[in-house]
Design a protein around this ligand. Structure first.
Ligand code: 5RP
Length: 235
């Protein structure tokens, strides 16, 4: 599938979510991170200035903060708005129960905060992210944010949990580890098919030094996947 077809699929999913879940009465909207979320902002902007005048947007990352500010939308934060009407975010993979792997961009800690703060958490993605079981299509593993001091110990501990080869995520050109918006490292850990994401998430979260796991369990109300043929699958 060409990248423009994938972009079209992402765009359709994002537009559908905005149209269905951001009615004119909405006051506070959480904005996730990644390439699909760019189309969420695009659709919000198409609604025009008036529709967005009284809406406050809460970012989940440096990227989404920049998107909000650059487009003249009103920026808020979770301290001022601990309750969000709706959060729309991308995902790396979504299973049949709407559990998700997130953190391909290393933003899953803040993304989880604004997902949990939202009355409705909506996922938007292209069809490649639509799986029955986590681990079926997403080959980069579960992203785990760790404090730099503890990463070697966490890598050792992940092996005892059944992860064969946990990898410290490196920046492009291997200039050094990826640093999150919170000043931490990210480990990508493969567990094969994940039939019980809740159990795995809890076990990883118990490891000292782990800040957050990119497993989003029972958080999403709905997921929209854009398809190649122009349709949008809802689950
Ligand atoms: C970032 C994320 C993204 O939402 C996820 O990686 C999906 O990104 P994209 O929309 O580019 O496919 O979790 O941490």
């Amino acid at each position: 599938m060409s990248s423009s077809l994938i972009d079209d699929a992402k765009r359709r999913a994002a537009y559908k979510a905005v149209d269905e879940y951001i009615p004119p009465t909405t006051k506070v909207v959480g904005i996730g991170s990644g390439s699909t979320v760019v189309y969420v902002i695009e659709r919000i902007l198409q609604r025009g200035k008036e529709a967005n005048n009284n809406v406050v947007f809460i970012p989940s990352s440096f990227q989404s903060k920049e998107l909000i500010v650059q487009h003249g939308l009103t920026l808020g934060d979770v301290d001022a708005y601990p309750e969000i009407d709706v959060t729309i975010d991308g995902a790396d993979e979504v299973d049949e129960h709407l559990n998700a792997i997130k953190g391909g961009g290393g933003c899953h800690l803040r993304e989880k905060v604004i997902a949990e703060a939202a009355k409705k958490f909506i996922i938007v993605a292209d069809h490649r992210k639509n799986s029955k079981v986590l681990g079926e299509n997403w080959t980069r593993g579960v992203p785990i944010e760790v404090i730099p001091f503890a990463y070697t110990r966490v890598i050792m501990a992940l092996k005892t949990l059944g992860c064969g080869n946990p990898v410290l995520r490196m920046a492009k050109a291997k200039a050094g580890p990826v640093i999150t918006d919170n000043g931490n490292f990210v480990i990508d850990a493969h567990f094969g098919l994940i039939h019980d994401p809740d159990d795995l998430m809890r076990k990883i979260k118990m490891l000292t030094g782990v800040v957050e796991v990119g497993l989003f369990v029972r958080l999403a109300q709905i997921a929209y996947f854009g398809n190649e043929n122009g349709s949008v699958t809802e689950k």
